[in-house]
Design a protein around this ligand. Structure first.
Ligand code: EPZ
Length: 419
């Protein structure tokens, strides 16, 4: 078991380049299944979930290899239709394989997806949408789904909620469907736009991503050799912004557009952090540790404040002067890390989806356990800003979303090592 040992109280200074987005590369890798040609995907972060997706593609018979930050998928031979349970169960994104594999070969055996423990995470919208497009889906024994379709039929789908995964699944299913599919109340996240851009490169007629209504005209077949570069990770950028806010110092983040992190920047400014746009891809974050509470923060789908930044913000606010209220509207159970922050001296009360944070003067180092990805990032932030040494166990959760987290942080002055 890997753990981080962090000596708190060191300001951050320097420059960090933001790597490719986990939540963009995963559906894009799933989309390579649709392509009989070769897809070269650049700017792929080296993360556990990305490795799992590579293994899944290989298990389906595709040729997959990594070359530094690129993943090359040759989609000629898709010879299997069963996703190994041990792989599908490791991450939530495995569910979007349904739309892609069914679209390409008409049959898939897949177990319910895994992922972070942040609430029940049902897949009803995925299943009802694919059924509406013509799939027959049976729940076999032990939670294995068997799905079949002759060919997806284009149709109109109104989502009850702008689910990111359901939107991606329908987009993938629609690419090889017969006729036009329209997704209404679609998710608007930048990762959805990135998936659309990739599909357009493949020659799919698709438009509207980012607006809430997406149109896709299905094709008979896709066979194209393409090279595509994944967008930078807005949540990794936001996490480093939160690190500086909490530790003090000055950090320049490079390679990241401002718009996808604008809600994060807005709230950090309200907290008293300075954020300066240097040019279209670089920004400077400065904190003098004079943090102010924020009256209310509510997580919501893009362009609202992202749930994936909620834990990191709670860490920052735990040392801000005054009382902040955070309302988690996306996931039912995303405060698992709070108990650990309280061990460090934070004053936080959680009632269902609402957290009330009374800022304290200092946090102190403690023995901590990361129980999920963003919760683990939040503990790292708290430990960096605390007095004394903290040990964070189970950092494999953090490794799922942050490439070489401790190395990047060490480079800019943090005292953090892996053991
Ligand atoms: C994606 O998860 C991200 N994961 C999550 O990132 C992110 O938190 C989430 O979108 C919201 O932005 C990936 O992209 C791999 P949803 P996803 O479907 O697609 C409910 C991280 O930390 N729902 O938009 O699973 C669901 O329970 C992770 O990187 C249904 O009820 O999110 C949740 O309450 C964690 N039925 C809400 O919708 C469904 O069929 C939003 O989920 C589908 C979803």
């Amino acid at each position: 078991m890997n753990r981080f040992i962090i000596e708190g109280g060191n300001r951050l200074h320097g420059e960090l380049r933001i790597p490719g987005a986990k939540n963009a590369v995963l559906p894009i890798l799933a989309a390579t299944i649709l392509n009989r040609g070769t897809s070269i995907i650049k700017n792929c972060p080296n993360l556990e979930d990305v490795k799992t997706m590579q293994e899944i593609l290989s298990s389906l018979g595709l040729e997959v290899q990594r070359d530094n930050q690129s993943i090359i998928v040759c989609g000629k031979n898709l010879s299997a239709n069963a996703i190994p349970e041990s792989l599908a169960g490791k991450m939530r994104s495995s569910i979007v394989l349904m739309g892609a594999v069914l679209g390409r070969i008409g049959e898939i055996y897949i177990s319910y997806p895994g992922g972070c423990a942040i609430g029940p995470r049902p897949i009803d919208m995925h299943l009802s949408s694919l059924r509406k497009m013509g799939a027959e889906i049976d729940d076999l024994y032990k939670g294995i789904l068997h799905c079949k379709v002759k060919r997806f039929q284009g149709t109109e789908i109104l989502l009850d909620y702008p689910s990111v995964g359901a939107t991606e699944n329908i987009m993938l299913a629609a690419c090889l469907a017969d006729g036009e599919t329209i997704i209404r109340n679609a998710a608007k996240e930048p990762e959805i736009v990135d998936l659309q851009n990739f599909l357009q490169e493949l020659g799919v007629e698709i438009y509207g991503a980012g607006t809430g209504v997406i149109h896709i005209n299905g094709r008979r077949e896709i066979e194209k050799d393409i090279t595509y570069s994944v967008i930078p990770d807005r949540i990794v950028a936001g996490t480093y912004m939160a690190c500086v806010a909490a530790t003090g110092g000055e950090l320049v983040l490079t390679g990241i557009d401002y718009e996808p992190v604008s809600s994060i920047a807005y709230l950090l400014r309200n907290c008293g952090v300075s954020i300066e746009r240097l040019n279209s891809k670089n920004m400077r974050i400065k904190s003098d540790l004079n943090l102010k509470a924020i009256e209310v923060i509510r997580t919501s789908p893009y362009p609202g404040f992202p749930t994936d930044m909620q834990p990191q913000f709670v860490s920052v606010l735990s040392k801000a002067s005054g009382t902040s209220v955070v309302i988690e509207t996306v996931f039912e159970n995303r405060y698992g890390y709070v108990e650990q922050l309280m061990r460090m001296g934070a004053d936080i009360t959680v009632r269902e989806r609402v957290a009330v944070i009374k800022g304290v003067k200092r946090l102190t180092g403690a023995f901590l356990d990361a129980s999920d990805l963003r919760g683990g990032a939040a503990l790292t932030i708290a430990a960096l800003s605390a007095e004394g040494t903290s040990i964070i166990n189970n950092v494999m959760h953090i490794d799922r979303g942050y490439e070489a987290f401790e190395k990047s942080l060490s480079m800019v002055g943090a005292k953090i090592k892996r053991e």
